[in-house]
Write a protein that binds this ligand. Structure first.
Ligand code: NDP
Length: 473
């Protein structure tokens, strides 16, 4: 018997993905650099389906039906290249290598093009949902050729999460499109988490609520338009009590957030594409600030305002509105980045389909994504989600509360970089005139960088050092 698909790299993600495939009735070949992991998988879970364990790369490749479908789930970066180098010589034209790791889309483009020359399809597939998702149904974002998707899609859709019967998996676009979208997914995840953290901080230090009370607030929000996996787990974390001290769990955790890099890549890529993603950038920076322990220690005594708790019973509702509006901005920025990446690399990504496959399985799964899907269905070419009827109305309805929350944070000295940058972005987009006109004037003054005029075509320069007449540049 041959396997329909194979997985190499059997740490948490690969092991659970292989089990998911086997549980869906697909015979799966399994391989790992260290064979003990392969044996452990078969020993522990062999009765869940048909596993074909292989101790060598040759045996593994030989156990796959043709065209071969080989999934790599190893540490991203050098290890992925090492595994590709090991397996590619064992494959034949028409075979497919799927990289399910968190690869940088630039690496994926390079690998895809190198393997294409040898007739091998390379599919960079973003997989979200952590180990539970891998086992029970992740959100899968495969890139690569349409031809490879025809052979792989049915299998991947079979093991992906389903929402209303629709699989959370679709062909994203050529070469690195899948990993690009996964990267932005993670960037949005950073922004979403930061906004939730700021909401918690404001409820705690402006409204004076205890963690358990805030957990209740999040539970209520989870039943409404903010309903999402991240809001749900936030309530769980806040309600948790530390067993050894009896204190709220959130109070015994060191307040220094870590990161693995996909949020940073999202921002670096946005800078290259010239796309403003302030919500995501502030989220990455907020984690960075938290981690600079010595810097924070040195600055701890700086003066701030007195922190009197505010006695406004409507404050939690105002925070809900600020959170919803800021979340719209974060997603609008992330989708703008996907749109720009798609245009830059010729991927032709269907933005509504991305919202659709994020509705289940992944970390940012949320009720809200149905709204994004509807927005792109209504107008696939909309320049920003913010002008969609629903989102424009929601942001407009939230704006008084949003401004109040940002002002309260500033007045009480509670950092709210996510809320602040989201509101600034909203106000920048809707502004009649931006002070960028002055910036252009300064640039022309010190560097003769020229400017354009509102009333005439062309580029102009003012002779600042002479008589200040204007010349055509
Ligand atoms: P790790 O990222 O911890 O990687 C461990 C696996 O990589 C092991 O199977 C290991 O083999 C193998 N490996 C490492 N170096 C090499 C090498 N040079 N040659 C061959 N094999 C090597 O595993 P995870 O399961 O956590 O993640 C797998 C991939 O999925 C990563 O790219 C990760 O970014 C991505 N991912 C992870 C998520 C998560 O929640 N953990 C979520 C989504 C994606 P050995 O046993 O021999 O050491």
């Amino acid at each position: 018997e041959k396997a329909r698909i194979g997985v190499t790299g059997l740490a948490v993600m690969g092991r659970n993905l292989a089990r998911n495939l086997a549980r869906h009735g697909h015979p799966v070949a399994v391989h790992n650099r260290t064979a003990a992991r392969t044996r452990a998988l078969v020993d522990e879970f062999g009765d869940e389906g048909t596993f074909l364990p292989a101790e060598t790369a040759e045996r593994f490749a030989a156990s796959l039906e043709r065209p071969r479908r080989l999934v790599i789930m190893v540490k991203a970066g050098g290890p992925t290249d090492a595994v590709i180098d090991e397996f590619a010589p064992l494959l034949e034209p028409g075979d497919m290598i799927v990289d399910g790791g968190n690869a940088n889309f630039v690496d994926t483009r390079r690998r895809e093009s190198a393997l294409r020359e040898r007739g091998i399809h390379f599919v960079g597939a973003g997989i979200s949902g952590g180990e539970e998702g891998a086992l029970h149904g992740p959100s899968i974002m495969p890139g690569g050729s349409a031809e490879s998707y025809a052979a792989l899609g049915p299998l991947l859709e079979d093991i992906a999460a389903k929402v209303d019967g629709t699989p959370c998996c679709t062909h994203v676009g050529p070469d690195g499109a899948g990993h690009f979208v996964k990267m932005v997914h993670n960037g949005i995840e950073y922004a979403d988490m930061q906004l939730i953290a700021e909401s918690y901080d404001l409820l705690r230090h402006a409204a004076g609520l205890a963690p358990a009370e805030i957990a209740e607030v999040f539970r209520t929000w989870n039943t409404g338009r903010l309903g999402s996996y991240l809001i749900e787990i936030t309530a769980e974390v806040l309600a948790h009590t530390d067993a050894s001290t009896g204190r709220p769990f959130v109070d015994v955790v060191l307040d220094q957030a870590e990161q693995k890099g996909t949020g940073r890549w999202t921002v670096q890529t946005a800078l290259d594409l010239g796309v403003p993603v302030g919500g995501i950038a502030e989220a990455v920076f907020a984690r960075a600030v938290s981690g600079h322990a010595a810097l924070r220690e040195a600055a701890r005594g700086l003066p701030g305002p007195p922190r009197a708790a505010i006695a406004d019973p409507g404050f939690a509702d105002a925070v809900e509105k600020a959170l919803y509006a800021s979340k719209i901005v974060a997603y609008a920025q992330g989708f703008h980045e996907i749109q720009a990446g798609s245009a830059e690399y010729g991927w032709n990504i269907d933005l509504g389909a991305m919202a659709t496959i994020w509705r289940g399985g992944c970390i940012i799964r949320a009720r809200f994504l149905d709204r994004i899907r509807a927005a792109y269905e209504a107008d696939p070419r909309t320049p920003t989600l913010l002008t969609d009827d629903h989102f424009a109305e929601a942001a407009g309805d939230a704006q008084d509360a949003w401004r109040e929350v940002v002002a309260t944070a500033a007045r009480l000295g509670i950092p709210a970089p996510g809320f602040s940058t989201a509101l600034a972005y909203y106000d920048s987009l809707r502004a009649d005139r931006l002070p960028a006109a002055l910036t252009q004037g300064q640039r022309d003054f010190f560097g003769a960088h020229t400017y354009r005029r509102v009333d005439r075509d062309g580029s102009f320069h003012t002779l600042w050092g002479a008589d200040r007449t204007e010349v055509t540049a």
